[in-house]
Write a protein that binds this ligand. Sequence first.
Ligand SMILES: Cc1ncc(COP(=O)(O)O)c(C=O)c1O
Length: 371
Amino acid sequence: MIPVCIPFIGEKELEYVVDCVETNWISSKGKYVEEFEERFAEYCGCKYGITTTSGTTALHLALASIGMRKDDEVIIPASTMIATAFAVIYCDATPVLVDAEPETWNMDVEKIEEKITDRTKAIMPVHIYGHPCNMDPILRLAREHNLYVVEDAAEAHGAEYKGKKTGGIGDIGCFSFYANKIITCGEGGMIVTNDEEIAEKVRSLKDLAFSKERRFLHTDLGFNYRMTNIQAAIGLAQFEKIDELAEMRRRNAHLYNKYLKDVEGLTLPVEKEWAMNVYWMYSILIEDDFGMNRDELMMALEKKGIETRTFFIPMHEQPVFQNMGLFKGESYPIAEELARKGLYLPSSSGLKEEEIRYVCNAIKEIEERRL
Ligand SMILES: Cc1ncc(COP(=O)(O)O)c(C=O)c1O
């Protein structure tokens, strides 16, 4: 089976982990945590980097650090991974949805303004599948309406918008280092920001909000979202080859594009002229004229030993939110269409060209045989 995604781990990761164990620095203090934070922040063009236990907890902390509270609203895409919306709910605030746009599959910037109310506190763009959102219009709206911009860059390490790294464009950027991400530390996350006050707050909240004046006295509701030095050791070793790993994803995408470009009924991922797409997952749409629907194609590929995944199910269709009475009667046609037609193909950084060719030939064979 060619899996959808496996990590690309090497000797350096092992060496750094062994160093943690041998030196006894296995908990959440240590040189790997510090260096990983500093270097990752700098890479994103930010002054401050703060590690967390996951992308989800990074998003939660980001929103908590700007004082999100009950009745506040956060604008998020309808088509995203559920953690984006969960983070808003954890703060007792309300997610407000914006449909996707059909080309990049990111939040449609034309549809954001109509969702802004006097309760809106933040916009949370998600750089979906590694393609950056069109950030300028989002930043302009945020300035006009005095809103925070919290980037969910969980899937977009190293991607660029007009030459700027995603995560470092808004007020706060959040990353995930889950095993399928462009760099991983098993489980983990990171917040980057240029705002000293936010950075301080995040550092405090992630560590149970111990007060500086007197330990064991707490004025805020804190969390334990501390990454261990062992995780950071893997993260740093991965970080040292971040550009190479992003480039491998891009090379894979270019090969897929080359082999699939003439297959009728497929929509391939784009790269806008202002973007550098890191193709976290090589994602395609199975259009109605492919002659077989997305689920049938997935089953046929599975029989040939090729693992695939569907796109995310939109937030307004999630039972967990419907049961909370959210998004009643709302519809987001583009997000719904993407969920129906979208799948991603094997996308590991270390994928070999023969494997990509095998996947593409399998798709062509399946397509030809049904004709
Ligand atoms: C867009 C997006 N946001 C948030 C997350 C949550 O990250 P984690 O799994 O590290 O909690 C993920 C991914 O896995 C994601 O894809």
